[in-house]
Design a protein around this ligand. Structure first.
Ligand code: LLP
Length: 383
């Protein structure tokens, strides 16, 4: 199902803006629900990927839970209607204020990443006369074979608790009166396009569960994090990731104990393909060896190419010509990294044309900034 762009709607809106195909998002969510039906699987949407209220409301309507990494995200989730008992809260640097907010909201679980954090949660819970449910984020040392900026499961990361420290952490937790250990949490990285690392993760979890049980802990929640990748090069061929194969890996490899639930924190796989950044061509500039398409969107609207050398497919959605030419597509920001693509083959492009940067629903709008004092991009929805 290819994304169709409603050009008549676009005429009335100032570019650049994000366009969200809500039907595609709904199809994606239905697919997730179909694949997890009848299984003790709970999917929390990782709101860091896109906190647009309309997107959040659509995801909430499909019954998913939510994974937050800041007090702001917890507040946005509650504001969009998510049940606080479906909120998990991760992050290496939760402040006292954020912990308090989450305790007051009675969230499902804190994903705890260090001993000092555990102690802070215990203390604040005690002040409020509450018991905080926690899962420990364990660094499973699985190589996810993804970009180094988004690999998080290797032992040299700032995230999580190293495997060897877990016994001490569990021992400490059992002495803290306002802490209830409910599970373990893992996350091995993002934009993972081969499923093997998830299988390796399952094997590690199975081994670890034995150790934890031997220490006298029973775990209700095994949270395997997020990370399933999307097809940036062929968005129309693969608009919905292969959720069936992904969930099957966990179904077939994770050994679950009586009453155990598997929790997932998927971000990109849910929202990436439904979003495109729509930008207007301000100028076409001829150089000596190259020609440049200069767009009114820049790295302030979509930072992924500049930050991770990511490539988003670029389409001219208003061109009527059959001829093609080769261009560098660049933004207006005073930084040479403000480039969306080099040597892009596009239909002959002219000032005023509209371009779509595809697969931009995840880590697009939410990472926009006001650098150069530019306006933030707005949003348009298919329905
Ligand atoms: N859970 C945890 C603990 C995470 O750190 C992340 C992402 C997720 C879940 C969701 O991962 P996903 O399913 O979206 O891969 N800005 C980067 C991606 C950063 C990902 C950070 N953590 C990008 O644009 O590629």
């Amino acid at each position: 199902m290819a994304v169709k762009f409603p050009l008549d709607k676009f005429n009335e809106v100032q570019t650049p803006f994000y366009y969200y195909d809500i039907e595609l998002l709904e199809d994606t969510l239905n697919n997730i629900n179909d694949c997890t039906k009848g299984l003790p699987f709970h999917v929390h949407y990782a709101v860091k990927a896109n906190a647009n209220d309309r997107i959040l409301r659509t995801i909430n309507a499909a019954g998913l839970g939510i994974d937050c990494v800041s007090g702001g995200e917890v507040a946005a989730a509650i504001n969009a209607g998510f049940d606080s008992k479906k909120i998990v809260f991760a992050g290496v640097g939760k402040t006292d204020r954020e912990i308090s907010l989450a305790l007051d909201a009675n969230i499902l679980c804190f994903n705890v990443e260090s001993i000092p954090e555990l102690e802070a949660i215990n203390e604040l819970a005690q002040q409020k006369g509450k018991i905080a449910d926690v899962a420990f984020r364990i660094n499973p040392n699985v190589d996810a074979h993804t970009h180094k900026y988004i690999t998080t499961g290797l032992s040299e990361n700032k995230f999580g608790i190293n495997l060897e420290q877990l016994p001490d952490v569990l021992k400490l937790a059992s002495t803290l009166k306002n802490i209830n250990v409910v599970g373990l949490h893992f996350h091995i990285g993002s934009q993972i396009t081969i499923l093997e690392p998830f299988k390796v993760l399952c094997d590690k979890i199975n081994a670890l569960q034995k150790e934890v049980n031997e220490m006298g802990f029973k775990l209700k929640i095994i949270n395997v994090g997020g990370g399933l990748g999307v097809d940036y090069e062929n968005p129309d061929k693969n608009p919905i990731p292969d959720f069936k194969s992904y969930f099957d890996i966990f179904k077939n490899n994770l050994i679950l104990q009586e009453g155990q639930e598997v929790h997932f924190e998927l971000g990109r796989a849910i929202v990436a393909q439904c979003g495109s950044l729509i930008t207007q061509v301000t100028y076409v500039k001829k150089g000596t060896a190259k020609q440049f398409v200069i767009t009114d969107a820049g790295m302030t609207d979509l930072i992924r190419p500049a930050l991770y050398q990511a490539h988003h497919n670029i389409e001219n959605i208003t061109a009527t010509t059959e001829t093609t030419e080769i261009y560098d597509v660049v933004g207006p920001i005073c930084e040479s990294s403000d480039c969306f693509g080099e040597n892009e083959t596009l239909p002959t492009t002219k000032r005023g044309d509209l371009l779509a940067l595809r697969t931009a629903g995840a880590y697009g709008e939410i990472m926009a900034s006001r650098y150069n004092l530019r306006d933030l991009p707005t949003a348009v929805y298919s329905k």
